[in-house]
Unconditional design. Structure first.
Length: 294
């Protein structure tokens, strides 16, 4: 459910062959953008989930040491390991592509008959700064260097989506290599449309209540406001509870779907739930009155 600005920057990223950096709060749909883009284009999605301590061996490539050791043992058993020429051939063979384990980044720039994949580098802000520096060659030239083999360059660059929840600032050198888009929470009409598409069992009036309450909840002073992902989870939960209308007891009982911190839940249940629901209903009634024909 992309707006015009997001659709434009996605189009430019593909046409210009530039990575796209998406920043925004957790749960606003940054990862979903890459998933939908891959599905829409019929491309393979390759996802690199970032975390503290992520290094080159886990992100780019590694050697299959178990197979290499097995090859050495087989050569020793056959007597080939003792011959000078055979030893040299074995050494060269052990560090050939046959023993290379392609991790997500190398996999993304390898030839693919189905077309260049969509590479999702998810939550880059969780990785360390040295890993950002390591990414610069890949994002600038879509190539990587493996000392034992040489430089591998993408024949057709992948479509790269980089996401960040902005738990720390991303270095300028990485930002310069990317197009940029901030993903904010959707407005009420768009969020209702998202619920109706993702959870069609929810009636439109109920979807409007859900979104109205969630958007008021986001305006409160919370440690972590619910994202669109939590809105969808809550809508699905209410379907399972056969709910056709919101009430304070129902909301309090399912608040753990929306909020993930006990302090937030304790502040927003009871009287606060009733107040937010009353404001939601009053706002919906006012809008209904405004749109009613004279």
């Amino acid at each position: 459910m992309a707006d015009e600005a997001l659709a434009t920057v996605l189009f430019l990223a593909m046409r210009l062959g530039r990575p796209l950096l998406l920043e925004g709060e957790a749960g606003v749909g940054k990862t979903e953008i890459a998933k939908v883009l891959a599905k829409t284009l019929g491309r393979r999605l390759i996802r690199l989930q970032c975390y503290e301590g992520l290094d080159q061996a886990q992100a780019l490539y590694d050697w299959n040491y178990a197979r290499q050791m097995l090859e050495i043992r087989l050569a020793e058993a056959s007597g080939e390991a003792g011959e000078a020429g055979a030893r040299e051939r074995l050494s060269d063979d052990l560090f050939s592509e046959r023993f290379l384990l392609r991790r997500p980044l190398l996999d993304a720039i390898s030839p693919d008959p189905a077309g260049a994949p969509v590479l999702l580098i998810d939550e880059i802000d969780r990785a360390d700064e040295p890993f950002e520096a390591f990414l610069l060659e890949l994002l600038a030239d879509f190539q990587v260097t493996i000392p034992e083999i040489g430089t591998i360059r993408a024949e057709t660059p992948p479509i790269v989506i980089v996401t960040s929840n902005r738990t720390r600032e991303i270095h300028d050198a990485l930002k310069r290599r990317c197009l940029y888009r901030w993903i904010d929470y959707p407005d009420a009409a768009r969020e209702v449309a998202i619920i109706r598409r993702k959870t069609p069992a929810v009636a439109e009036a109920m979807a409007a209540q859900i979104v109205g309450f969630v958007q008021r909840l986001r305006a409160q002073d919370l440690f972590k406001a619910p994202g669109v992902a939590e809105t969808l989870d809550w809508a699905n939960a209410l379907v399972q509870l056969d709910a056709v209308d919101l009430d304070p007891g129902l909301i309090d009982g399912s608040m753990g779907v929306l909020l993930k911190y006990q302090d937030d839940i304790a502040r927003m249940t009871g009287a606060e739930t009733a107040r937010l629901l009353a404001e939601t209903r009053a706002d919906m009634a006012a809008r209904s009155h405004e749109t009613r024909p004279a």
